[in-house]
Every structure is written in C-alpha cells, then in structure tokens.
Design a protein around this ligand. Structure first.
Ligand code: PHE
Length: 467
C-alpha cells in the first residue's frame, strides 16, 4: 500500500492504497487460501459424506459467495474506513441509519473467534514442518501417523506452545505492517502450493484408491443430504472465501477506484476453489487406501498427508515444503483475520498499529486456550456442537459469517441507492451488472435465509403445515 498514490475516488483512504490491482488480488487470495482449503474442506466434506456436499458447496461458492465478495469489496471501497466505521458511514449516507455498523462489529468479533482456533491448527502445521524435516514420517504407516498426531494434539503443552508461536509471528507481521512483502510472496506461494498439490495428486492417483476418492468427492448421494449438510456447505463457502466478516471489506478500503471488482473477485474465488478441490482429490484416495476414517474430523489431513510423504520418493523434501507453504498460507489468512479489528482499533482509538495488534493478539491468544484444551484436557467436555473449538467453528462459519453476508448483500441490493452502487461498481449497467444485481438482491439473501430455516427444521415444519 502506498500513501502517496491517490485514488481518484470520492473519498480518500485513511490508510493509503494498494500499489496495484494485483496487490489487492494477492492480498485477498492470501486471505482466502489457507487452512480452510487444505485442512477444513477435506474434513468437513468427509464428515458430510462427500459428493452432494461438494456440489452444494460449489453452488454456494459461485452463486452466493462470489456476489457477496463483490458486494463486500464495493462497500469497503465506498466507505474507505474500517468495517465498523464504513458500515456506519454508508448506513447514514444512504439514509438507513448508523446501526448498520453491527455488521462491522460482528466481523470484528468473528475474527477474534476464528483466529483463536485457526492459530491452534496453524500451530500444528508449524509443528509438522519440524516433524517432516526430522524424518518422523519416513516409512510411516497408519498407526505411526496417528501416534505422531496424538502426541502433539493430545499434549496441551505442545499444542499451546505452537499456538503461541503462530500468534507471535502473526502479531509481529501485523504490528510491523510488513504485509506488503507477504502479499508479494503470495505470488510464489499459491502457484507453489498448487504445484506440490499436483505432485501429491500424482502420488495419490498412482498409489491410492483414486477412483474411490473421486467418487466420494463427486458422486452425490442425495439421500444423505439434510438441512445441516446444506448449512455446513454454506458455512464452508463463507469461511473459505473469507467473506461475511468484514475482512474483504477492510481490504477493499485500500482498493484504487479504477480497479474492476468483478474481475478481481472472480480471480480470487477461482484460485480458492482450485486449491480446495485439489486438496480433496489428494486426501481421499490416501484415506481410503490406508483404511483411515473420512469422518476423522480436524485431524484428517494430519494423518492422511504424512502417509504419502512418508512413502514417496523425496517425501522429506516435499513434506517439509508442503507444510511450510500451508503454514505460510495460514499466516496470510491470519493477518487478514486481525485486520478488521486492528483497523477499527487504530481508527477509533487513535492507537498505533503496533499497540493495537499486540493488545488484540493477546486477547485472541488467551481465547485460543479453549481450543488448545479442546484436544486434550477438555476433549470430553462437550456442549451444543461439541468441544469449545467445534463451537467456535460452528458459531462463526455457520452462523456469524452467513448472517454478516446476508446483511451485506441486503444492504447492497436493497438499501443502497442504485446510483451509489453503479457509481462504485463501475461496470455500467449491462449484463454483468444485471447478473450481479439479481444474485445480490434475490438469490444470495433468499438462499441464506432458506438454508438457515432448513437447518433448524422450519422448512419441514412449514411444508407439513401447508400439506
Ligand atoms: N479463508 C481463510 C481460509 O480458508 C480463513 C478466513 C476466514 C480468513 C474468514 C479470513 C476470514 O483459511
């Protein structure tokens, strides 16, 4: 971002601008591509029976996620402030009241919750870099990888230690404001990640139960689909695209006025989807070939991937590189999770970036202990949806982000004047605009509401009442 480069927008950014359109794409791609693609997508797909879940997920990504990502960027760029202040300002400006800032606050809060468990998983990824280098997986079988994973996850000290390391690195990066260097590194990271995934794909295809894996991922068994499956797919779409919590809005605030929002959003969504699908294609053939349980939950990739690294030529090198890249992808997502809170804190309290990052980082780090303990001390302590971590995950992915997204698309589609929208979107009023507007006004909000009602069983109730 450079402070000198003025956008030709109606409002100048409080924090300067991205130096180029590419910088923005890279930043949002860095945010989107992360543990959500490599760690969460396979395990949530596994828990939800594969095929049908994946198709619904893809539908959610393109029909709901993409238009919401555009809306969120548009709001950020128009507000040019942190998400809380942007929503307050735009609400006032459109004559709808400043209460729209709740969207921003909910995003700040969601960022706290998500990062608190995200950091725990990312910590394990860091730990696995070490394990790979030391050759812990060489020749490993299913029992050995389970042991290694259990050794780390089952020890609260080890898990807390790595969580601390990851939060420290994140805070240092955010505090020093060196994101720009990281964004450039995304240019290398994403292609490298895709490259390694392709190598792994070759391995999975050659030695794993590839056909079974592909079938599991793409052959829908609609009888297994329930309201909760659909909600899980929607939640995963929001989580993986980083939308509904103000993070894209915060980044959009630094976007130069002339950049095309549809083009950038589409690029990000496609890159993100490619990584997730590849990851699934790599994991499941290994899972089936080694008798692992696709429903293994958060530990799935930590058990499946070392099996291939441990038994392929050059596995130590590939494994190390892979976990390094995933750790890096997690870092670029983590800094984006802190951005709404940090920008808000800085703007509203006049704090320095460093101070704001340290304070916020400390709160998130402390909160993270509930997720650390979810795999050891408190593993048996479950309520609502499971452990503390399960609940943070469910609350954010399946409730807060879709609700935030719903408000964002309703605001853009129904409460903003068409003039403001076309002025900001800047793509004229042709087909592209009309498609976006239709998705934003009707499809996205109706779909989100529908999925919510369906998940709590109201649709069944309504259809029974109607019959
Ligand atoms: N999209 C990130 C990932 O897939 C996680 C994330 C969620 C980041 C929400 C920012 C906001 O790993």
């Amino acid at each position: 971002m450079s402070d000198t480069e003025a956008g030709n927008g109606r409002r100048s950014s409080l924090h300067g601008f991205w130096s180029s359109k590419l910088a923005f794409i890279l930043a949002v791609t860095g945010s989107a591509v992360g543990l959500g693609n490599i760690w969460k997508f396979p395990y949530v797909a596994g828990e939800n029976g594969g095929g049908a879940f994946v198709l619904i997920y893809l539908l959610c990504v393109f029909a709901i996620g993409l238009p919401i990502m555009m809306s969120e960027t548009l709001l950020g760029r128009r507000g040019r402030r942190n998400p809380v202040a942007s929503m307050a300002l735009l609400g006032e400006e459109e004559g709808r009241g400043s209460w729209w800032q709740v969207v921003g606050f909910s995003g700040v809060l969601a960022g706290f919750f998500i990062l608190s468990f995200y950091s725990v998983i990312a910590g394990w990824v860091f730990a696995y870099v070490g394990k790979s280098v030391s050759g812990a997986f060489v020749g490993a079988d299913a029992a050995i990888v389970k042991d290694v994973f259990g050794g780390i996850a089952g020890s609260w000290v080890a898990t807390a230690g790595w969580h601390t390391v990851f939060m420290l690195v994140t805070v240092v990066v955010v505090a020093r404001g060196v994101e720009r260097g990281l964004e450039q590194a995304v240019t290398l990271m994403v292609p490298a990640l895709i490259g390694i995934l392709l190598v792994l794909l070759g391995y999975s295809a050659a030695t794993g139960e590839f056909e079974m894996g592909v079938r599991f991922l793409f052959e829908p068994d609609w009888s297994k689909v329930s309201g909760t499956t659909v909600l899980a797919a929607l939640g995963q779409a929001f989580f993986t695209l980083s939308i509904g919590m103000g993070c894209v809005m915060a980044y959009g605030a630094y976007l130069p006025q002339e950049t095309s929002i549809p083009a950038t959003a589409t690029a990000v969504v496609c890159a993100d989807t490619a990584v997730a699908i590849l990851s699934g294609l790599v994991i499941f053939p290994i899972v089936f070939a080694n008798g692992l349980d696709p429903m293994a939950g958060p530990g799935l990739i930590f058990e499946a991937l070392p099996l291939s690294f441990g038994n392929m030529a050059g596995g130590v090198v590939f494994g190390t590189l892979f976990f390094l890249l995933v750790g890096f992808a997690a870092l670029t997502s983590a800094i984006s999770l802190m951005e709404p809170a940090v920008a808000w804190w800085v703007e509203s309290r006049g704090a320095t970036r460093a101070r704001a990052s340290i304070t916020i980082g400390l709160i998130i780090w402390a909160l993270g202990f509930l997720s650390v303990f979810s795999f050891n001390l408190l593993a048996d302590y479950t309520f609502l949806n499971g452990t503390f971590m399960d609940n943070f995950d469910y609350l954010t992915s399946n409730i807060m982000l879709p609700l935030g997204g719903l408000l964002i698309t309703v605001f853009c589609g129904w409460f903003m004047s068409e003039n403001s929208v076309t002025d900001e979107l800047n793509v004229g009023t042709g087909r592209l605009y009309r498609t976006w507007r239709f998705l934003t006004r009707y499809i996205a909000p109706v779909a989100v509401i529908f999925v919510f009602l369906n998940a709590v069983g109201w649709l069944d109730w309504l259809s029974a009442a109607a019959a």
